[in-house]
Design a protein around this ligand. Structure first.
Ligand SMILES: Nc1ncnc2c1ncn2[C@@H]1O[C@H](COP(=O)(O)OP(=O)(O)OP(=O)(O)O)[C@@H](O)[C@H]1O
Length: 313
């Protein structure tokens, strides 16, 4: 478990993190969302002991980092932004080195390295110098060093940044597998990632906490929550007929995608009415679906109103 209480970080006069309080539970993946410069990396650096907070308290698995930083660091695996490492070392060599530094017993080191190499798919580059690797492979080496000692707590700054879609999928599955017995915090700009791996997400803007919800709750705040969309050639007359239905608040039509979105009057489920209407009018449609909500729209709404910094709960 990670507890952050009234955490602040100033760089000179500039406040990068401003009175941030939140808890991450064991067995949970907590996502950090926020615009560039919001304070996500700075918060992660404070939790992992790389930066000292200006004020506030951080407890990791019950230990206050200010009182026993070494004990806290032993419990944490950290994938920093950009995954820095020793470029002149070969991948295998580097992981043996990290395993030793992490205090893994000598006769268990080989098994630990082999296991992490296979989990993160690094077999092909085992003898390659890290500085010669592609961005995606460098990121995977960073992930390998973060999990090699099977830490209780895992902090990852944009873990899938630079990975191709297959690798993204694989790393997300790995994170989900590991989450059962760990506390995991990750930052991401990819909103589909929040849906795919996070149990909860906090949005940080201007160093402050502006939302703390499950992905489903966040989707529930979207204008698209329970909207019905479909692809079809609709003329204006039909669009106006749909707009005129009592259960309908608004209708939009994307002429490029030929996609109509029908927004319900507050709180209503309109899927059955809309599909019945389309059937009666003999309108051929593709991809008829009820939307869960769009996280990108919620994210924009919450982070654009920088002056309104109330926590949405
Ligand atoms: N060592 C430092 N000295 C001065 N300012 C800093 C320092 N580190 C970070 N900052 C500033 O603090 C703010 C928060 O930075 P941080 O890297 O935490 O943001 P972020 O949310 O991780 O952004 P991104 O999504 O772009 O990675 C930024 O304005 C950044 O320029």
């Amino acid at each position: 478990m990670i507890e952050c209480l009234h955490l602040s970080k100033k760089f000179g006069q500039f406040t990068a993190v401003d009175d941030l309080s939140f808890t991450a539970q064991k067995g949970q993946v907590l996502g950090f969302l926020g615009p560039n410069g919001a304070g996500k990396s700075t918060t992660m650096k404070m939790i992992t002991g790389f930066l000292e907070p200006t004020s506030g308290q951080i407890k990791v698995c019950g230990t206050d980092i200010a009182e026993d930083p070494i004990r806290v660091k032993q419990k944490i695996g950290y994938l920093p932004e950009g995954a820095p490492s020793y470029g002149e070392m070969e991948v295998g060599q580097f992981l043996y080195f990290v395993a030793a530094m992490r205090g893994i017993e000598k006769d268990l080191i080989r098994a630990a390295v082999e296991s992490v190499i296979s989990r993160v798919n690094l077999e092909k580059v085992y003898y390659q110098k890290i500085e010669t690797l592609s961005k995606g492979f460098k990121r995977r080496v960073g992930l390998a060093q973060a999990i090699i000692h099977d830490p209780e707590v895992l902090i990852m700054d944009e873990p899938t940044d630079g990975l191709d879609p297959n690798q993204k999928h694989q790393v997300r599955s790995l994170i989900t597998d590991m989450s059962k017995d760990k506390t995991i915090i990750l930052s991401t700009h990819i909103l589909e990632e929040v849906h795919a791996v996070c149990d909860r997400a906090i949005i940080i803007a201007g160093g402050q906490l502006v939302a703390d919800n499950t992905p489903a709750e966040m989707e529930g705040m979207s204008r698209y929550h329970h909207a019905v969309s479909f692809v079809s050639d609709l003329d204006t007359e039909l669009l106006n007929k749909i707009k005129g239905m009592d259960c309908v608040l608004d209708v939009t039509y994307d002429s490029r995608l030929k996609e109509t979105t029908v927004f319900p009057t507050q709180g209503l489920f309109i899927f059955d009415e809309i599909s019945e209407f389309l059937r009666k009018q003999s309108i051929q449609v593709k991809s008829l679906k009820m939307e869960a909500g769009r996280l990108d729209e919620v994210f924009r709404n919450i982070t654009q109103g920088q002056n309104e910094r109330e926590v949405v709960k």
